[in-house]
Design a protein around this ligand. Structure first.
Ligand code: NAG
Length: 530
């Protein structure tokens, strides 16, 4: 009898546990995430791959709109291939423009808007995208999207879901402003970034910085946003909300920024900085045989040279490429050069060219002495994590400011390729290899990257699931965002108090004048009497 009771109790217990687990599984926060990284730039993509994989491992289902789909199949991740954008760039000669800064003048801005427009349209009109947009039974819990110039933000409105904005580096002031983060025209001057100026700025630089700030804001307001709104209305319907409104709904912002590298800015609690080599694999993959042999057989050391995936060293001007070649020939090191063409004329014997290089793994090789780089943020992080000092030869976008930041921190030297000579280039490479201080600085920053309360990846996964659990993060929304311009700058208060002061002063003056006149009259009367 007792045994029967015990058995039935056990059965009951098991049943309860099974039921409970089932309910838990149903109520758990496994979500459907729509993720959008449409920018045709490899470095913009790789930063977020560990995040997609970690979220998929936690049971979330991800539909990833990406210009560079991952080659491997990952459980719970479905990719929609947006690489058609690369064809648009090719058609507009984009790589040629950014590989030659003398072709980069003011017309670059208008050209860029045309390119962004055409890429966005072609991507949104892809059959897979159209099916996603018009599928009435499709449901999502969260939109995670690259936050700059991205019309996919309208998907949040379409599916009625919260937004997490992402970026593979720091964002423009425009985005910070929409989060209610600190934005100062001099301290956070965008011109300083483009020109590679370091703080503190001189008086002239400050004047130009403020004027440029006004220009950038106008460019966004009167040029980019109307263009985005046109795209959104064309694709999502005439009644779609404008991008200026949608962007203010952003619940959180994840930035690949790290205080050991980037300047400090006061931000709201919904801006999460996860930078510091977060995209790097913790396990090294074996190198391709040819590269491994080349690196192993260079006991005196190897210079690794790559201008990244956007700037093509096959497209830079001939004299510059010739200068690189002649310098390398005179150096007592081997050189591994990421070069896009099959043939490199006049290639010296100590130089090996490779169309594609597994950079993260190459930089781990003990024979690498220095990395000559365009100073893309991901390249810099990879170098720092592997304690490799840099020679920076920036070309465009954030590269000049990254190079200035790098030189300022002291883990390398910043060169201007338009003023470069063979002697200077050679001298700089030798200095960075032979003077220990650059490598020591890289080690110091790598240690700071690792000295954190939780890793960048852990942080962004935790906050993503927070947004899923709470259906947003409006709790942290900075009230400044909703404050009208005149209230933020206290124009009404200053105006009112000013008016009162004016009225009071006016009254005091009037009364004084009256009294003065009375007194004068009195005195003159008195004198007349006398
Ligand atoms: C529409 O979405 C549902 C839910 O995700 C999916 O099962 C279905 O296959 C989709 N239909 C099309 C035509 O893509």
């Amino acid at each position: 009898m007792k045994l029967l009771k015990l058995t039935s109790m056990l059965c009951f217990r098991t049943l309860t546990i099974v039921l409970l687990t089932a309910t838990l599984a149903e109520n758990s926060d496994e979500a459907r995430i729509l993720a959008s990284v449409p920018t045709c730039s490899y470095s913009h993509q790789i930063v977020f791959r560990p995040l997609w994989k970690a979220l998929a491992r936690n049971g979330h289902e991800i539909v990833l709109l990406t210009a560079d789909p991952m080659e491997e199949e990952v459980e719970n991740i479905r990719q929609i291939d947006l690489s058609v954008g690369y064809d648009v760039m090719e058609r507009h000669g984009y790589n040629k423009i950014i590989s030659n800064s003398d072709e980069m003048d003011l017309s670059f801005f208008t050209k860029m808007s045309t390119i962004i427009h055409d890429i966005s349209m072609e991507q949104l009109l892809l059959p897979d995208m159209q099916r996603l947009i018009h599928n009435k039974s499709e449901k999502f819990d969260l939109l995670m999207l690259e936050i700059a110039f991205n019309p996919h933000i309208a998907l949040a409105e379409k599916f009625g879901i919260p937004i997490i904005g992402l970026y593979s580096m720091d964002v423009l002031n425009y985005i910070h402003n929409n989060m209610g983060n600190d934005v100062h025209p001099v301290l956070h001057a965008e011109l300083a970034n483009f020109a590679g100026w370091t703080q503190p700025l001189s008086f002239t630089q400050r004047i130009f910085a403020v004027l440029f700030n006004i220009l950038m804001n106008s460019y966004g307001e009167f040029f980019v946003n109307p263009m985005m709104n046109k795209i959104i209305q064309e694709v999502f319907g005439k009644n779609s909300r404008p991008i200026e409104e949608l962007i203010k709904e952003t619940d959180m912002l994840f930035l690949n920024v790290n205080p050991a590298l980037h300047p400090i800015r006061a931000v709201t609690p919904n801006t999460i900085m996860f930078g510091g080599g977060t995209h790097l694999d913790t396990v090294a993959k074996p190198l391709p045989e040819g590269i491994k042999k080349f690196l192993d057989s260079a006991p005196d050391g190897v210079i690794y040279f790559s201008l990244g995936s956007n700037v093509k060293s096959a497209l830079i001007r001939d004299e510059l490429r010739q200068l690189f070649l002649e310098t390398f020939e005179e150096l007592p090191y081997k050189v591994l050069w990421k070069f896009e063409n099959k043939e490199l004329p006049n290639k010296p014997d100590n130089v090996m060219i490779q169309k594609w290089v597994p950079q993260g793994d190459v930089l781990r090789h003990p024979n690498i002495k220095v990395f000559i780089t365009q100073c893309g943020l991901q390249s810099m992080e990879e170098a720092i994590m592997n304690h490799i000092p840099l020679v920076g030869v920036p070309f465009f976008a954030d590269q000049p400011s990254n190079a200035a930041m790098m030189a300022n921190k002291g883990f390398g030297i910043h060169l201007d390729h338009s003023k470069l000579t063979k002697e200077l280039f050679k001298e700089t490479i030798l200095e960075v290899i032979n003077n220990r201080k650059y490598k020591d600085k890289a080690i110091e920053i790598a240690d700071l990257f690792r000295d954190v309360e939780m890793t960048g990846l852990e942080k962004v996964v935790w906050w993503t699931e927070y947004v899923i659990r709470n259906k947003g993060a409006k709790l942290f929304r900075n009230p400044i965002i909703d404050l009208p311009f005149y209230q933020y700058y206290l124009l009404d208060v200053i105006g009112f108090v000013g008016l009162i002061c004016f009225i009071v002063s006016f009254g005091v003056i009037k009364i004084s004048l009256f009294l003065f006149r009375q007194a004068k009259q009195l005195i003159s009367k008195k004198t007349k009497k006398d």
